[in-house]
Design a binder for this molecule. Structure first.
Ligand code: FAD
Length: 265
């Protein structure tokens, strides 16, 4: 089994987005982490390898600092890591990012399964997996909560998708693109052995030439999506009044009077 898991480095969940009047967007000095939803995809990739044999490669499109996210995935148990980046890729939108990832997956070659988290916690579009599947011409099994069966010899897979209406069983032929939800597993902690391996691992950087990316399809200038205006929301206004009284009944009665006076009830 040749498994690829894609991950994006994102700001920590506690980070606050700052937008200035010139539409400059920044996460400040927020620590960067592996996209939390991707930890479930990484765990599932490792479990598939443990069950069926083979290799897990973790892949990220991002600047040099994204190397840390890749190392974390290797510390969890991925075998190999590839960073895809050069300056021409900066400012790529979702359409371009999925094209870049698909080109890298083609270069890896003979891939059976590509795994993603359900979305990135910063961009939040949940579009990349669909874009990658479309580019590769492979089926997309999204919101997967369980891999029921995988038969490497027959090149077939049966999964359980978690939908609002309930669960849906889907079968497909490999190769396939999968996005997972958090119900699928409990991600493991990095092991001491794998942390050592990750710290020594030489992670190759593939530039756009290495994966035959056409310059006119990537980067800020070629983005189909333009951020025309990004602006900070007005600060919230309001005040708090603590209602006091001699008894819970008196406090409740005073609260009800105020709500009626404001025509809320
Ligand atoms: C430096 C930089 C500049 C940018 N400039 C622009 C811009 O000018 N215009 C614009 O429209 N957008 C821009 N973006 C946003 C960029 O297009 C999105 O971050 C990207 O398309 C992913 O979309 P998403 O965050 O919604 O991921 P989702 O679609 O929500 O993520 C789905 C899955 O794909 C994985 N994934 C997402 N991105 C990557 C990746 N890079 N490598 C590996 N896996 C990935 C996620 O981890 C998740 O598992 C920029 C991003 C960066 C980092």
């Amino acid at each position: 089994m040749n498994i690829v898991v894609c991950t994006k480095q994102v700001p920590d969940t506690a980070a606050t987005l700052k937008v200035d009047e010139q539409s400059n967007v920044s996460w400040g000095d927020a620590p960067l982490v592996i996209n939390p939803w991707d930890e479930y995809a990484i765990e599932e990739a490792i479990r598939l390898k443990e069950k069926h044999g083979g290799k897990v490669t973790v892949l990220s499109v991002g600047p040099e600092q994204a190397r840390e996210a890749l190392k974390q995935a290797v510390a969890m148990g991925c075998d190999d890591a590839i960073l895809v980046w050069d300056a021409s890729l900066d400012g790529s939108d979702t359409l371009a990012t999925s094209y870049i990832l698909a080109q890298a997956i083609k270069k890896i070659g003979s891939v059976d399964v590509v795994l993603f988290g359900k979305q990135a916690i910063d961009g939040d579009t949940g579009l990349i997996q669909g874009g990658v599947a479309r580019r590769l011409g492979w089926p997309l099994l999204s919101f997967v909560a369980k891999i029921e069966e995988l038969d490497p010899a027959a090149k077939s897979i049966k999964v359980n998708r978690l939908l609002e209406q309930g669960r849906q069983a889907v079968t497909s032929q490999l190769p396939v693109v999968i996005s997972v939800v958090k119900e699928i597993n409990e991600p493991r902690y990095p092991s001491f052995m794998n942390i050592r391996k990750a710290s020594k691992l030489q992670i190759p950087v593939w530039d756009s030439g290495a994966i035959s990316v056409e310059a006119g399809k990537v980067g800020r200038a070629n983005a189909a999506t333009k951020w025309t205006r990004v602006f900070p929301l007005p600060a919230r206004t309001g005040s708090v009044e603590i209602i006091t009284g001699d008894s819970p009944q008196a406090i409740a009665s005073a609260l009800a009077d105020k709500l009626m006076a404001e025509k809320i009830i």
